[in-house]
Design a protein around this ligand. Sequence first.
Ligand SMILES: Nc1ncnc2c1ncn2[C@@H]1O[C@H](COP(=O)(O)OP(=O)(O)OP(=O)(O)O)[C@@H](O)[C@H]1O
Ligand SMILES: [Mg+2]
Length: 262
Amino acid sequence: MNAPTTSPPAIEARQLTKIYGSGNTEVVAMRDVSLRVERGEVVALLGPSGAGKSTLLTAVGLINPPTAGQISIDGVAVMDGARALVDLRAFRRQHLGFIFQKANLIPFLNALQNVQIALEINDVPVRVARRRALELLDYLGVADRASNLPETLSGGQQQRVAVARALANEPSLVLADEPTAALDSHRGRQVMELFRKVAHERGAGVLVVTHDQRALDVFDRSLEMEDGRLRDDTAAALSDVEALDAEPQKPLHGHGMLKGRA
Ligand SMILES: Nc1ncnc2c1ncn2[C@@H]1O[C@H](COP(=O)(O)OP(=O)(O)OP(=O)(O)O)[C@@H](O)[C@H]1O
Ligand SMILES: [Mg+2]
């Protein structure tokens, strides 16, 4: 079910800039990037290598602070420039789910334990954590692999466990950086469809960096970065969000933002 449209946006970022290094080695990886991702929508972030996609994702993921700009997550102002306005570790654990290119599961824990531990570090009692972890593995179609160690799972299964782990604490925002790059196109698509399900059924805002043109129809809309900037149609993307507010039931996939793109 979609989150009520009165929920604050999962991400509201204004005028983000990120400068790495200084002097001769200075790189402006992101400049004046503003974006909004609502809860209940799944958004693709596209663009060539070096465009700044990971920089943007890790900034809103509170892993890599911007040099300037403001970030609110789920209605809470969390960053003002490089200055944290909340306890970032605690906030990340409670509100964010992050999925990387590789599943990065803990090798000596089985699939169930890998999910369970994400709950336990948030002080969820062991028995409750175990039940919720099993439910999540079931939701992601890997419950029958619960007692497998990561090395005995396929890439797609590992990535599903990583998605389960990212969802364990019911994040309002799920961020994924090329999560299907290591998968074949069929398994990659299945993982992308899971993200859609997570947004539409669980009401999370989901932002996914991808190079996979074949799975773009899974997304409600897409944003494109180039040279550290979001392309001009960001403004259009923002008004699309307003249209989404007005008509929350309308499915948006296959809509205009993607047309006419390579
Ligand atoms: N830690 C760093 N120190 C210096 N420069 C960096 C650092 N991280 C990224 N950059 C530079 O910032 C720019 C944006 O990098 P970023 O990783 O965000 O791109 P990307 O769009 O994710 O690329 P890719 O598709 O290859 O993953 C690049 O020019 C990159 O070289
Ligand atoms: Mg990247």
